[in-house]
Ligand binder design. Structure first.
Ligand code: UD1
Ligand code: UDP
Length: 381
């Protein structure tokens, strides 16, 4: 059984589901459970439509809420479907509240948990995701880390290396197996890169010069919940746009859109005077890949988008003080700037001056999904 709920999990699940359907259907059967954490068409259905993901077997319809309320409702409902379907294992992705609820519900009733995107750490427990991912890792039986730093983080927390764990016996919650497997999102980017070109009309539809724009996304609570912080980020982007006559394309997450809609911040109102500042609805995955492919630069607080910028060999200004994807920063292809307007402008200026970037191979070979399927078959039988 697989738990999905938030946009990036639906996208990641597409890669594994594709591998199961095309290569492992004789050995693996997947039951999809959507918690309903994300529910707008542009945050959920669009990905099922364009990535050919089967409709969920169970739609829990939980929706939005405070952390406790949302996670609590998920726990109850996931436990119900686990009891009903009695799966051999539960797959969870990433670090959202849907991930946490899945990890807790399954581990308490002794259903092995498979955590994909294990080991990532921001070392900032004020992020809800950090609490979710640590808890999920420590309730899991098979842990798949996309990066070497993820593997090292797990080792530091007491997880044994795979060979040592194998010597102790079969995989279980008290003897978890940890794998380094590459990134499912890289699988997806390779798979959809050419198909994304079919969406080129997106540029003319939105009046975007495909040679001259910056792609930005903003959705982290620490960047959106305080309107002064959000206003500072948007103002910095606007100044960059005006100074260099470059378009900012900002597909806006509903969390951020809601904040903007209810604010009467003067600086935010100013944005509408700049025709190069383009706020649009969230886009589908193919359009997003297309935007990442053509953008001059990416400025984002998203985990997924900073990686995809790297996959597309684009410099990235990370609108956060830290990242779980440390290899990208170490490679010199991204800089961490947080949310201070001056730092954001400096990050942009840095990449105007430093354009000779090298993008080493960090995220595997585009076959993480196959590796994960084979490992599940081998170690959970
Ligand atoms: C969640 C994840 C975050 C992930 C992000 C991906 C947690 C704690 N956070 O953050 O790790 O990076 O998803 O996008 O799980 N909303 C809508 N329509 C929707 C979904 C949300 O309007 O379809 C609005 C609601 O007002 C909601 C708010 O967005 O309260 C936040 O949604 P929520 O799922 O709680 O958190 P995200 O910020 O999306
Ligand atoms: N994404 C998308 N449309 C958008 C914004 C993002 O398809 O308008 C995709 C993006 O390509 C990436 C994923 O959503 O694959 C990242 O999700 P998000 O930024 O919401 O969450 P995070 O990765 O930070 O958890």
């Amino acid at each position: 059984m697989t738990i999905i709920g938030a946009r990036p999990q639906i996208i990641k699940a597409a890669a594994l589901n594709r591998a199961i359907r095309t290569k492992f259907s004789d050995r693996l059967t997947e039951v999809l459970v959507h918690t309903g954490q994300h529910y707008d068409h542009g945050m959920s259905d669009v990905f099922f439509e364009e990535m050919g993901i089967p409709q969920p077997n169970h739609q829990l319809g939980i929706g939005s809420g405070t952390h406790g309320k949302q996670t609590g409702k998920m726990l109850e409902e996931i436990e119900r479907v686990l009891e009903l379907e009695k799966p051999d294992a539960l797959i969870i992705y990433g670090d959202t509240n849907s991930t946490l609820a899945g990890a807790l519900a399954a581990s308490k009733i002794h259903i092995p948990v498979i955590h994909i995107e294990a080991g990532l750490r921001s070392f900032n427990k004020r992020m809800p995701e950090e609490v979710n991912r640590i808890t999920a890792d420590h309730a899991s039986t098979l842990l798949f880390s996309p990066t070497k730093s993820g593997l090292r983080n797990l080792e530091k927390e007491g997880f044994l290396l795979l060979n040592d764990a194998k010597k102790k016996g079969k995989a279980n919650m008290d003897n978890p197996y940890v794998f380094h497997c590459g990134d499912l999102m890289y699988d997806n980017t390779l798979f959809y890169s050419t198909k994304a070109d079919e969406h080129e009309s997106f540029f003319s539809k939105h009046g975007i010069d495909k040679e001259n724009f910056i792609l930005s996304t903003i959705h982290r609570p620490q960047n959106t919940d305080d309107i002064q912080v959000l206003s500072g980020i948007l103002t910095a982007l606007n100044e960059i746009s005006l100074a260099d006559s470059i378009k900012i394309v900002l597909p806006l997450h509903p969390r951020t859109a809601n904040m903007i809609a209810k604010s009467n911040d003067a600086a935010i109102r100013e944005l509408s005077k700049n025709p190069l500042f383009k706020i649009i609805e969230p886009v589908g995955f193919l359009e997003m890949i297309l935007l990442e492919k053509h953008a001059k630069l990416v400025m984002t607080d998203s985990g997924g988008v900073q990686k995809e910028a790297f996959f597309m060999k684009k410099p990235c200004v990370i609108l956060r003080p830290e990242t779980e994807w440390t290899e990208i920063v170490e490679s010199g292809c991204a800089v961490l700037v947080g949310s201070h307007p001056t730092k954001i402008r400096e990050g942009y200026a840095y990449f105007k001056q430093n354009q000779d970037l090298k993008f080493p191979s960090i995220f595997g070979d585009g076959a993480a999904a196959e590796f994960i399927c084979e490992s599940i078959i081998e170690h959970l039988n």
